[in-house]
Design a protein around this ligand. Structure first.
Ligand code: DGT
Ligand code: CA
Ligand code: CA
Length: 366
């Protein structure tokens, strides 16, 4: 039975989240920026919506340059709010986990998933599930995403990449070779600029040429392990499984306070059940955490957080409770409005098992 593997990637993620939060921004070029604080405009663009990309802006571009390119186009310039995107990401991943057989998040806005057993290898059923996943992301978060389905992770990832934005591409097992062969080799997951120029020196430009390249020559350049990966990736026969248990990267709980307040003890008290819930989740997942964050949503709906990161992973509830209270004390001193909702999050969860495969030589995408 052929595997049915999926890859989902949210479209222009941070920028789209900002558009959803403030629909008046739609239609304008928008950049989400990381300000480095030295001068007013020093820093880089984290991501841009498609309007801004069409005008030549891309991730990593200095803000000053991006503003120049967008001059006279009424650009929206927004400060990156990582907490906000993390929270959206966590909700989406949690919902996805219930809709697929196995979910392997690989970044804040993307994940691999496996549908082989629930579909019995039937790609028509796989397509139905993929459509329903896209619908549920749209209904719950108003976000569009792109999904690829294929017989391997590499093929699925290409499907989501090439169908962007708001796409769905299903590559049937029997069509895999015809799909892969004409693509540029640097489109393959794991083939970055360095690998790509080494391949070009060998005269390999297309995935089909890579699929047929002599293994001994690939090994000379890339070592046995990566050479084997490249051949398998190019043939669509990479067998790397979708790994669960990488699963949650954080647990969080947010509650609405009985009344607005700035008192850290009052906030903490109403969160105690939530902290208990997080501790249970950690215990049942067999995970420990390195970072605790106290989250306050203020009466003007802005979000403020304080975090503490430990040198070594922690999993006892006493430390979790104490740290949360201390963070709320700090947080309440730093805000000028009352809390309306408060939350706690643990992140930097320690992996239970170490894996060896794709992730050994491929840096996870952001
Ligand atoms: P896409 O997937 O092409 O529609 O656009 P994005 O923006 O979702 O791009 P992706 O999937 O590569 O990255 C996901 C998020 O990661 C993106 O919304 C912002 C963040 N990110 C990407 N590149 C950079 C970067 O160079 N710097 C910073 N700070 N963040 C980045
Ligand atoms: Ca994305
Ligand atoms: Ca991504």
């Amino acid at each position: 039975m052929p595997r049915v593997i999926g890859h989902i990637d949210l479209d222009y993620f941070y920028a789209q989240v900002e558009e959803v939060e403030d629909p008046s921004l739609k239609g304008r070029p928008l950049i989400v920026c990381v300000f480095s604080r030295r001068t007013e405009d020093s820093g880089v663009v984290g991501t841009a919506n498609y309007r801004a990309r069409d005008l030549g802006v891309h991730s990593g571009m200095p803000i000053v340059l991006a503003k120049k390119k967008l001059e006279g186009r009424d650009p929206a310039v927004i400060r990156m709010d990582h907490e906000k995107y993390e929270a959206v990401s966590a909700r989406i991943m949690e919902a996805l986990e219930r809709q697929v057989d196995v979910l392997e998040p690989t970044g804040i806005d993307e994940a691999f998933f496996d549908l082989t057993s629930s579909t019995g290898g039937d790609y028509a059923k796989g397509r139905k599930t993929a459509e329903s996943i896209k619908r549920s992301v749209l209904e719950s978060e108003s976000l569009t995403c792109s999904v690829g389905l294929g017989r391997s992770k590499v093929v699925a990832k290409l499907g989501s990449d090439l169908s962007k934005p708001n796409g769905l591409m299903v590559i049937l097992p029997e069509d895999t070779k015809a799909f892969l062969d004409p693509l540029p080799a640097n489109k393959l997951y794991g083939v970055g600029p360095k690998t790509s120029s080494a391949l070009e020196e060998m005269g390999v430009r297309k995935v089909g040429e890579l699929a047929g390249a002599p293994p001994s020559e690939l090994e000379k350049h890339f070592g046995k392990k990566f050479a084997a990966y490249l051949t398998a990736a190019a043939r669509g026969t990479d067998e790397d499984p979708v790994k669960a248990g990488l699963g949650p990267t954080q647990f969080s709980r947010i509650v609405t306070l009985k009344r607005n307040t700035r008192d850290p003890h009052e906030a903490f008290e109403q969160l105690s059940e939530g902290i208990g819930y997080i501790h249970d989740k950690l215990a049942s997942a067999g995970k420990s955490f390195r970072t605790v964050s106290a989250i306050g949503i203020l009466t003007d709906l802005s979000t403020k957080t304080k975090s503490k990161t430990f040198e070594t992973p922690i999993n006892d509830s006493v430390t979790l409770n104490e740290t949360t209270l201390v963070l709320f004390q700090e947080l309440s001193r730093s805000v000028s409005k009352d809390f309306r909702r408060v939350g706690v999050r643990v992140s930097g969860l320690a992996d239970v098992e170490s894996q060896s495969s794709l992730s050994d030589f491929i840096r996870p995408a952001r």
